[in-house]
Write a protein that binds this ligand. Sequence first.
Ligand SMILES: NC(=O)c1ccc[n+]([C@@H]2O[C@H](COP(=O)([O-])OP(=O)(O)OC[C@H]3O[C@@H](n4cnc5c(N)ncnc54)[C@H](O)[C@@H]3O)[C@@H](O)[C@H]2O)c1
Length: 325
Amino acid sequence: MLRVGFIGAGGNAEGHMRRVKEIEDVEIAAICDVVLERAQAMARAVGGVAYDDYREMLDKEALDAIYISIPPFAHGEVDVLAAQKKAALFIEKPVALDMETGLRIWEAVQQAGIITCVGYQTRYLDAAQRGREFLADKTIGMVVCNRWGGIAGGAEHWWRVMEKSGGQLVEQTTHQVDLMRFLVGEIVEVTARYALRVCADLENFTIPDAQVLTLQFLSGAIGTLTTSCMMTRGGGKSSLDILLRDLRLEWTRDGWKTYPEQVPELAAPPQPRPSIDEVFIHAVRTGDASLIQSDYADALRTLDVTLAANESARTGQPVRTYFAR
Ligand SMILES: NC(=O)c1ccc[n+]([C@@H]2O[C@H](COP(=O)([O-])OP(=O)(O)OC[C@H]3O[C@@H](n4cnc5c(N)ncnc54)[C@H](O)[C@@H]3O)[C@@H](O)[C@H]2O)c1
């Protein structure tokens, strides 16, 4: 029986707990949240001992795997101590809010020699896998990506505070950046402009509500990404188009649309694939991490791109990513 612990028992962790609980021979042994009632409520629902201090939980419980699903600003010591326990770690994106913290955690992960998996679950979709395979030997010219949605949480939520979430790009649109990296390759330079206009009057709201990026990929391809949280009542849009010579690929979660004609490799209906939780637990059980699509080191590169954008918006200059310097 695998013993799994959770640090953070908010909305996202609840989904993982319910999926993990469905997997055979896995026990949710411990749940920690700084708000003890949250840990207790989840422990009643899925099992495990409730804690309000992760140090105490890490000291008392022998765990094979730990999910860390806490707000972005809370990463740091918790991830390092969990790694030192030599449990496999599932860490939610974004993995930190600055490269220094991310690199410190990565060092602890390397020293411990543990399996890691970061919550970029889009990579596990059949469309993402198939797209990556198709694009591997193609010359990509241009990538155009947009994510226009609403504001997460209410007036007290950490999401709308720049120092706590890093802004929508770092916190949410990190999924689109990660998908572009997965499909098109590494991003080496970013130029960004941000604005806070239509949401400026909202209480406790310090993140930009409009973010526009120009991307330089290592391959030579170029791209744009725009993201906005102005559309709280619906009507938003999420899109990704990849342009090759005489071919446009349009991403949908259920498969690719291609123009001007169908591409047989991309047109077939999507095949069901194991979820990110099933893949992670399989890796913990067998020691074989080959099906994990995004480990800590890889996720750090996605964070790197989004932080480079924040720096570019601040300085008005193009910024090389940390890993491309
Ligand atoms: N992969 C995805 O698609 C996806 C979806 C939603 C959220 N997330 C990520 O999951 C993380 C959590 O998001 P959420 O929506 O569940 O937030 P949330 O605010 O609902 O939950 C976070 C929980 O962590 C607790 N917490 C904070 N610091 C802690 C600490 N040091 N020790 C123990 N508990 C602590 C809080 O009390 C809270 O209950 C975020 O990084 C978010 O980006 C990922």
